[in-house]
Design a protein around this ligand. Structure first.
Ligand code: UGA
Length: 432
């Protein structure tokens, strides 16, 4: 099939590349000339394991192309995926749809034959209806169907999530569009994924509701971790014991520094504001947002206790600063509120991050970047394991931390408290 992705950000690039990998002809189009120039030179703008090789393979086979001529890409394609950003509108907290509507207008002027317009951007309920009304008066009088097909790709696991998704959700009333979308996804559905069709508004809400539910699940387990810390219980046992109930499920029950990234914070805010427009109060999601915001304060107070209220000139090493492992993304990373709070009390921060130095932290005088774990931890009084990168899991801590006075605060519970005790290191985890 002939497809185009409009927007070569995370979603467009991964989805386009994966669709080309199962044999489709795909154009990934973007108005950002620089991005397209770099992609044509083989430079991938995001860090996503496995993506670079997959892009190369499909470009070499001639199935994957990058173009800054969005109109041409639309005209040449049968299915057009809208994959542009929907950032938070700072005034309303709702998703800002200006890029989505810009693309819809571009499609309207290039609708030279029947096409399916698939919205993959995360959008509020009724956005599909609005896209449809923009397309209504196209000069070609062409037929079209506007479909919602939300994405469920996790950063760092995006290729796997595309290839073996739990489900593919299609929102449309059109039998024709549904049949085409089913055949497009057939190679993936065959791998035991559920293909689920619903109304367009239904599909739009499934996306927001899923992210909001997962964010709530994380806030829930984080609050249980707070409880465990006060009652001498290990949160890891609670996660396992709860997760064994299939109605609850074991995934997304890992306590940690709070959820971050470009999706959960943005989408939880957006769904709460959207619901207000429909005069509905989503109080549970609202509480999850508040609970996650409060996480910095809780972690900060715990650190205060760990260092006996003495921050002045304390050297703190951060291992990992991205919002989770396998990504270079810093958006809404928990450390972005924790680090300023620590330095305002006189602490000095030295961080190591596998994806390199971060511009978000450059503005702080007392924050420095080290290229090696050993450099970051050399003079540390306290080591904070902030991101669960694999390379931290089997560190030879006995060798690394010759200074036995150092304290380790493991915000991802990747180390065993018993082992740490054995090697004589003062150790704290989350919820245990
Ligand atoms: C999330 C969803 O998982 C995807 O399904 C969705 O497609 C995507 O948002 C999106 O809307 O585009 P992502 O933000 O990449 O994906 O990352 P997650 O793996 O979901 O993690 C989000 C945050 O939750 C991270 O800060 C992570 O550390 C935290 N988390 C996750 C926990 O604290 N505990 C857990 O058990 C799981």
């Amino acid at each position: 099939m002939k497809l185009c992705m409009i927007g070569t950000g995370y979603v467009g690039l991964v989805t386009g590349t994966c669709f080309s990998d199962i044999g489709n002809d795909v154009i990934c189009a973007d108005v950002d000339n620089n991005k397209i120039k770099n992609l044509n030179l083989g430079t991938i703008p995001i860090y996503e394991p496995g993506l670079e090789e997959m892009v190369k393979r499909n470009v070499n086979q001639g199935r994957l192309k990058f173009s800054n001529d969005v109109s041409d890409a639309i005209r040449k394609s049968d299915i057009i995926f809208i994959c542009v950003g929907t950032p938070t509108n700072k005034k309303t907290n709702e998703a800002d749809l200006k890029y989505v509507f810009q693309v819809a207008r571009k499609i309207k002027f290039n609708l030279n034959k029947y096409k399916i317009i698939v919205n993959k951007s995360t959008v509020p309920v009724t956005t599909g209806d609005k896209i449809e009304s923009i397309l209504k008066r196209n000069k070609f009088k062409s037929k079209y169907d506007v479909v919602s097909n939300p994405e469920f790709l996790r950063e760092g696991e995006a290729i796997r999530d595309f290839v073996v998704p739990d489900r593919v959700v299609i929102g449309t009333k059109s039998k024709k569009a549904l049949k085409i979308m089913r055949s497009l996804y057939l190679p993936i559905i065959k791998k035991n994924s559920r293909f689920f069709s619903t109304s367009r508004r239904g599909a739009e809400l499934i996306k927001y509701a899923s992210n909001a539910f997962l964010a709530t699940k994380i806030s829930f387990i984080n609050e249980m971790a707070n409880f465990c810390e006060e009652s001498d219980i290990n949160i890891e046992d609670i996660s396992v014991g709860m997760g064994l109930d299939q109605r609850i499920g074991e995934r997304f029950l890992r306590a940690g520094p709070g959820y971050g990234g470009s999706c959960f914070p943005k989408d939880t805010r957006a769904i709460v504001s959207l619901a207000k427009r429909f005069k509905v109060n989503l109080s549970i999601i609202n509480s999850a947002i508040k609970s996650n915001k409060n996480r910095t304060k809780i972690l900060f107070n715990r650190i205060l206790k760990i260092v006996n209220n003495k921050f002045k000139n304390k050297s703190i090493a951060f291992l990992g600063v991205t919002f989770k492992a396998n990504t270079d993304d810093m958006r809404e990373s928990p450390c972005l509120s924790l680090i300023p709070a620590l330095i305002s009390k006189g602490a000095k921060i030295n961080y190591y991050e596998p994806t390199g130095q971060k511009k978000e932290l450059d503005k702080y005088k007392n924050v420095t970047f080290s290229k090696k774990v050993s450099d970051a931890t050399k003079k540390a009084d306290l080591i904070i394991v902030h991101t669960e990168w694999n390379e931290f899991k089997q560190l030879n801590l006995r060798k690394l931390l010759k200074n036995k006075k150092v304290i380790v605060y493991d915000m991802r519970n990747i180390y065993s408290p018993e082992k740490m005790k054995k090697i004589g290191i003062k150790y704290y985890g989350i919820g245990r």
